[in-house]
Design a binder for this molecule. Structure first.
Ligand SMILES: [Zn+2]
Length: 144
């Protein structure tokens, strides 16, 4: 005689699975979801973590460059505006405070040039020097 052994597996009595940490999106920006092994895992794996690190660094580097470029362009445009307001002059003098009020930032220049023992700061199209006359700051602007 054959004995039939039947096993009934009742899913309700099986031990509950440990509650998984819910899936989350990898923070590198790849769009993949993953199930972190630990709650502080924020990247799919090391490659994604490295990618995020390099990318973030590159991004902030570019951001600073854009700010610098903008300031340099603005300076150059302000020098251009004032220089062209007096036609036929080889160089012009302006109250420095006027350019400063317009947003000129003297800390932004692309080089320094010496001429006749005077030091000029260089913008894209102009060179300038700032000096004091009767206690007032004057900016002298020349074409390069
Ligand atoms: Zn990723």
């Amino acid at each position: 005689m054959k004995q039939i052994k039947s096993e009934i597996i009742d899913p309700t009595i099986s031990a509950p699975l440990p509650r998984p940490i819910s899936a989350k999106e990898c923070e590198c920006g790849c769009g993949h979801s993953f199930s972190p092994r630990r709650r502080d895992n924020i990247y799919l794996n090391k490659q994604h973590a490295d990618f995020a690190y390099n990318h973030g660094k590159r991004k902030s580097k570019n951001k600073q460059r854009l700010i610098d470029d903008k300031a340099l362009r603005k300076n150059d445009n302000l020098l251009d505006k004032h220089f062209k307001s007096e036609k036929g002059q080889g160089e012009i003098d302006r109250f420095y405070d006027i350019l400063k009020a317009d947003g000129f930032q003297s800390g932004y220049y692309i080089g320094i040039y010496s001429q006749n023992e005077k030091e000029y700061y260089i913008s894209y199209r102009y060179m300038y020097r700032i000096y004091k006359s009767n206690g007032v700051l004057i900016i002298n602007i020349k074409k390069r």
